[in-house]
Design a protein. Structure first.
Length: 181
């Protein structure tokens, strides 16, 4: 498990994931993740997110579904103004160290929303950063955080169903590999 606060070079990321640079760059590109200059390094949350994405791919979850859920989660976080807390370009990955199921956390990003997601109790008016005001508020343009969170839960359910179906196949493949390695 990566250490919170630690920074990782791209080489460290590749080594921790057990994947080559081309593979990791492909994952970054496919997920639309920002790339860092060598001296800036990557956070532990970024590494944990990549581990999760690679694990989901191992369970045959299509990349477009992972991307779709990531974009939905980011949209929900923006509607809740959680993006206004941090300054980093990948602010949405910093909570990925929070692992395991929770009624309060988003699946991919690991962000704890502070309320049970499925119950629809949302405190959406908090904002921690001054922004340029838009002509219309998001709700007036049809954006509703509850709808976005419901869509997140539906897609998360589909992804977890896929993982459940593929888990026996992965176990069998690992048992087969043990016999031959």
């Amino acid at each position: 498990m990566p250490n919170r606060g630690e920074r990782y070079s791209f080489g460290d990321i590749c080594a921790a994931l057990g994947k080559g640079p081309l593979f990791v760059r492909g994952i970054q590109r496919d997920l639309g993740l920002p790339r860092r200059r060598h001296e800036d390094g990557y956070s532990a949350g970024y590494l944990c997110f990549l581990e999760k994405a690679i694990a989901l791919r191992a369970f045959a979850v299509p990349m477009d579904r992972i991307v779709e859920l990531l974009e939905m989660e980011k949209k929900a976080l923006q509607l809740l103004h959680i993006d206004s807390i941090g300054e980093d370009e990948y602010w949405y990955l910093e909570a990925c160290l929070n692992d395991g199921p929770s009624d309060y956390r988003l699946f991919l990003t690991g962000v704890d929303l502070g309320f049970p997601i499925a119950e629809g109790i949302v405190q959406s008016h908090l904002n921690f950063r001054v922004r340029e005001s838009e002509l219309f508020r998001g709700a007036e343009m049809g954006e509703d955080v509850r709808r976005v969170l419901e869509a997140c839960l539906r897609l998360q359910g589909e992804i977890l169903d896929r993982v459940r179906k593929e888990a026996p196949v992965i176990r069998d493949a690992l048992a087969w590999a043990e016999r031959y390695l």
